[in-house]
Design a protein around this ligand. Structure first.
Ligand code: SAH
Ligand code: SF4
Length: 408
């Protein structure tokens, strides 16, 4: 490669450690190929201690930039290309100031048929374990007109599914001179402007998941029936220490509301074990909540302490690694079983599937996702990537639905 870019994530420690591992590998490659340019970006670069460490121990990195000046990518790269002959100096350009929202960035899309659209940046919630507010700054919502304009461009380019993105999209709020637009209003605006586009959104925070949002999903058939609603822990005392600002009862009430207002909604979640003082009893409540809700899928983690967070200062990381590992494995095993149960319930039903590509396991099969965000595999019926197909589910595994396309 002429250019290697590592786009980093610092939410959990593991991801950070991987970056250092990769930088080590890169050293050898770069020694053989000194012309190669290496760039580091993403929220790990917003941590001063990380940049210091790279400056000291990984001298062969050429450019470091952060999340708030991502638009300078091309400029920084051309500086390096032009200077290469004379300068061996590392270019470091990381901004602390997070007030800016820069519109009309050039885009290169990973898929031609689906795309993410940021509707807001940053986070104000300061969950005690989380580094995001420190590296991503305070919450800033984009102007609705800019969001709509970007989505209309996507339609012209043939994109058929957008994912509205933010750390806590439920608290999206744009205050203009004469109007205020909240998240349910934005959802309705987008759904009406692009009626043939499938619309998704993530991530939702339980404290802000109100019935207006659910009604917007229920009203507009092009808003996908899937909600990712992280619960993090089933124990009220752990939730309090996490500063999540809701209780187990509140969370379960939101699940009830989802099931009532959007009956066929897929629900997924995030949860992590081993936070400060998590007892066996607390952990049991997490298991119980998962059994009660029966999530379709879940991202499950072990707590890792992140520098600068409230927890790192005041709530010692005092659950044994071994205990964390055991709890996590049990959680995963249980969720595999629950996901299987959830999939079994779909056997016999028909779903509209957006075709995403050829199945990795069998070249004569296609795969795609239902509105509920479940992966469905079916024999190739000639549909193209990006097309919508009606598929009847005939069988399933814990992770995948298997079906056959039906004629419209
Ligand atoms: N804004 C989203 C998700 C942010 S990070 C939300 O509030 O839900 C994605 C997930 O990583 C979190 O939901 C949480 O489950 C996990 N996570 C965040 N910080 C963590 C930490 N220090 N240790 C382990 N998991 C963490
Ligand atoms: Fe982190 Fe909490 Fe903000 Fe999510 S809501 S990004 S977990 S501080």
């Amino acid at each position: 490669a002429d250019l290697v870019i590592f786009n980093t994530c610092t939410v959990r420690e593991n991801a950070n450690l991987k970056v250092y591992g990769r930088l080590g590998q890169l050293k050898k490659i770069k020694n053989k190929n000194p012309e190669m340019i290496t760039m580091l970006c993403g929220c790990m670069m917003q941590e001063e201690s990380v940049v210091e460490k790279i400056k000291k121990s990984y001298r062969n990195v050429d450019i470091i930039f952060g999340t708030h000046n991502i638009f300078k990518f091309a400029e920084l790269l051309s500086m390096k290309v032009l200077d290469r002959a004379e300068s061996k100096k590392m270019i470091i350009d990381v901004w602390k100031d997070t007030t800016e929202i820069v519109e009309e960035l050039p885009v290169e899309r990973k898929y031609h048929f689906k795309s993410g659209v940021n509707i807001m940046f940053g986070c104000n919630n300061f969950c005690s374990y989380c580094i995001v507010p420190y590296v991503r700054g305070r919450e800033r919502s984009r102007e609705p007109e800019d969001i709509i304009a970007e989505i209309e461009c996507l339609v012209k380019d043939g994109v058929v599914e957008v994912m509205l993105l933010g750390q806590n999209v439920n608290s999206y709020l744009w205050r203009g001179d004469s109007q205020e637009v909240n998240f349910p209003a934005l959802l309705a605006m987008v759904a009406q402007t692009v009626p043939n586009m499938r619309i998704r959104f993530a991530t939702s925070h339980p404290k802000d998941m109100n019935d207006d949002i659910l009604r917007a999903i229920a009203t507009h058939s092009n808003i996908c029936k899937h909600i990712h609603l992280p619960f993090q822990s089933g124990s009220n005392s752990v939730l309090k220490d996490m500063n999540r600002k809701y209780t187990r009862e509140w969370y379960l009430d939101r699940i009830r509301a989802i099931r009532e207002i959007v009956p066929d909604c897929g629900i997924s979640t995030d949860v992590f074990v081993g936070f400060h003082n998590e007892s066996e009893e607390d952990y049991q409540q997490t298991l119980d909540l998962m059994k009660e809700v029966m999530f379709d899928s879940a991202f499950m983690f072990k707590y890792s302490e992140r520098p600068g967070t409230m927890a790192s200062r005041n709530l010692p990381d005092n659950v044994d690694e071994e205990v964390k590992g055991r709890r996590l494995q049990e959680l995963i095993d249980m969720q595999v079983e629950i996901s299987h149960q959830s999939n079994l319930k779909d056997v016999g039903k028909v779903f509209e599937v957006l075709v995403e590509g050829v199945s990795k396991k069998k070249s004569d099969e296609l795969f795609g996702r239902s509105s509920q965000n479940k992966v469905i595999v079916f024999p190739d019926n000639g549909a193209k990537v990006g097309e919508l197909v009606q598929v009847r589910v005939t069988e399933c595994t814990p992770a995948t639905l298997i079906g056959e396309a039906i004629k419209n």
